[in-house]
Design a protein around this ligand. Sequence first.
Ligand code: FMN
Length: 168
Amino acid sequence: MTAQLNTAIFFGSDTGNTEAAAQKIAEKLNLKAQDIAGCTSEIFDDYELLILGTPTANYGEMQPDWDYFVPELEDADLSGKKVALFGLGDQVDYPDSFLDAMGDLADLVVDAGGELVGAWSTDGYEFNDSRAEKESGKFVGLALDEDRQPELTDDRIATWLTTLGFNL
Ligand SMILES: Cc1cc2nc3c(=O)[nH]c(=O)nc-3n(C[C@H](O)[C@H](O)[C@H](O)COP(=O)(O)O)c2cc1C
């Protein structure tokens, strides 16, 4: 069960939305969310489940702290670890690159040997294109839109954590 795994939550955030979502997740799991800024890949060593959160910045780009962390991820060995992603984006202003950075982070995780868990339905979102939708109808992780659907965030987080196997 995912809930019994030694779990850590990491986020990168420019304007605080992803940080706030990470704090909500952390509160529900009685954990502390940690900022990825300035970290090296050894911070993952002790954990069996990594919950990683990223917004999409600048028209389809990675958030700068995650971007800086990419070489660390390329060197990391995540084999044997489960990785659950959550992404923040804005489906109205950026419908052609909605949550792209979550998709890019997913690619890096898989390349590093990590096992992605926590895919999430694209139902309830309106967008044209997303690199986070690798399998039709599914995002690679939880999709949150604090700009357009903030009222859905709490329920989405709770449902997602339940599907990951946590008893809230
Ligand atoms: C300049 C700029 C570019 C953005 N580009 C995208 C994008 O390409 N795709 C997307 O889904 N969201 C995009 N967003 C929306 C952010 O991802 C969204 O506001 C997110 O909640 C910000 O999270 P943060 O507060 O943790 O940085 C963009 C926002 C800004 C200001």
